[in-house]
Design a protein around this ligand. Structure first.
Ligand code: ADP
Ligand code: ASP
Ligand code: MG
Length: 410
């Protein structure tokens, strides 16, 4: 008997009608003889609503209590979905992350899954029940509730699929697959039938929120067949898969854009060994994720050191660098959050020269100034002024011929 993990995101469970529609979808899978584990998100808008409440009560709410708070969103949907399943005659049981021991580390708000107790879930499945699991949450070794970062229900789903060796992990969402770029920004974006783990990893890392990056890492590592589909209309969706060397690879598979990145510059740093370590060591000790890093060529023994971080961490990062700046004898640390990062991703880049030049030319023709550039084997990212983000994505989508004539957003 085959085992499916089906994950439904916030919009897909955003109302009672939607929860009933999801129950019908799950019932159809169970009716085809599959065992089914369902992972659900909170109803759309709920996580943001809870976070806003916390901000009203405290100017810097304790991370542990934020996790206790936001994990309740998913607890509502597991109960409602299990009831909706029961109502149409499907046996179901709901569990929070803690109840099935989704054990994580203790980094609140961005915890990483360490292990899952599969036995309990297996025994329910063997009794013919659908198991409904709250996404986005776990517990640490001391039983404190933790959450996995925004979009973390994707990771819960893939981790469940890996732990139980599922035949497929289906991520049902509000678009019918992975597109060449966010179809809400570029309506001409095209759905991809398949995309490699490597490309999806780069796109997720570069801001395509359709899959949380950790879920793609997990799926690649544990060989979980992963598919993105619409919960609103039938279709094949997009399969995330290993690279098939026999197929011709597209030059560019997709374009991603983030608006939530900030730039930190430490000015007038003495140009000597250990500088990068002193600055970035302090940042990583505070669990702030650094993306692009640029150290300019120094002059007169001084240099500037610039890097990008999530904009939510900007204030914290500047505060923690103040003493470092003083210690190093640097002149100042400044932040800028009016930044967008645009990334081109494609495995075909490996064997083609000149893609970066075409990208830079297209941006310059629109008068868009590039602030920072970084490249990997299959990705080129640039940071630009936030104001030009949409124009840049549209321009590059056209330049690299990624469009389709009809729009397919649901
Ligand atoms: P869910 O609530 O189901 O988890 P998300 O909002 O997290 O859904 O992710 C789906 C959204 O991801 C889409 O509505 C779309 O706007 C956005 N998105 C960004 N990049 C892409 C892309 N390349 N392909 C498809 N969707 C994308
Ligand atoms: N509810 C969480 C969020 O909004 C987790 C998720 O939806 O995947 O980020
Ligand atoms: Mg999501």
């Amino acid at each position: 008997m085959s085992l499916l993990v089906e994950k439904y995101g916030g919009t897909s469970v955003g109302s009672v009608e939607r929860i009933r529609a999801v129950a019908e979808n799950v019932a159809a899978s169970a009716g085809q003889g599959h065992q089914v584990i369902v992972v659900v998100s909170a109803m759309s808008g709920e996580t943001n609503r809870l976070l806003a409440l916390a901000d009203e009560v405290h100017k810097d709410p304790p991370a542990r209590e934020i996790d206790v708070l936001v994990s309740t969103g998913e607890q509502v949907t597991i109960a409602l979905l299990s009831m909706a399943l029961d109502d149409i005659g499907v046996k179901a049981r709901s569990y929070t992350g803690g109840q099935i021991r989704i054990l994580t580390d203790d980094i609140h708000g961005r915890a990483r899954i360490q292990s899952i107790d599969a036995a309990k879930v297996k025994s329910d499945l063997d009794k013919g029940r659908v198991v409904v699991i709250a996404g986005f949450q776990g517990v640490d070794s001391l039983n404190n509730i933790t959450t996995l970062g925004r979009g973390g229900s994707d990771t819960t789903a893939v981790a469940m699929a890996a732990a139980l060796n599922a035949d497929e992990c289906r991520i049902y969402t509000d678009v019918d697959g992975v597109y060449t770029t966010d179809p809400r920004i570029v309506p001409e974006a095209r759905r991809l039938d398949r995309i490699t783990f490597e490309e999806m990893l780069e796109l997720s890392g570069a801001g395509a929120k359709v899959l949380q990056i950790r879920s793609v890492e997990f799926a690649g590592k544990y060989n979980v067949p992963l598919r993105v589909l619409s919960s609103f209309k039938p279709g094949p969706g997009t399969l995330i898969t290993y690279e098939d060397k026999s197929m011709e690879q597209p030059l560019i598979s997709g374009i991603a854009c983030t608006l939530d990145e900030a730039k930190v510059t430490v000015r007038g740093v003495p140009d000597r060994p250990g500088i990068a370590y002193s600055i970035l060591g302090a940042v990583s000790d505070a669990h702030v994720i650094v993306d692009m890093i640029v150290q300019n060529i120094g002059s007169d023994g001084m240099t500037d050191f610039t890097f990008t971080i999530p904009s939510t961490d900007l204030q914290k990062c500047i505060a923690l660098l103040d003493p470092v700046v003083e210690q190093l004898g640097a002149s100042e640390v400044v932040g800028d959050s009016d930044l967008a990062k645009i990334s081109l991703v494609g495995v075909g880049m490996r064997s083609h020269a000149g893609i970066a030049t075409t990208m830079f030319e297209a941006l310059s023709e629109k008068g868009i100034n590039i602030q920072m550039i970084s490249t990997s084997e299959i990705k080129i990212s640039v940071t630009i002024d936030k104001e030009y983000a949409e124009l840049a994505v549209r321009t590059l989508h056209k330049t690299f011929d990624l469009e389709e004539t009809t729009s397919v957003v649901v």
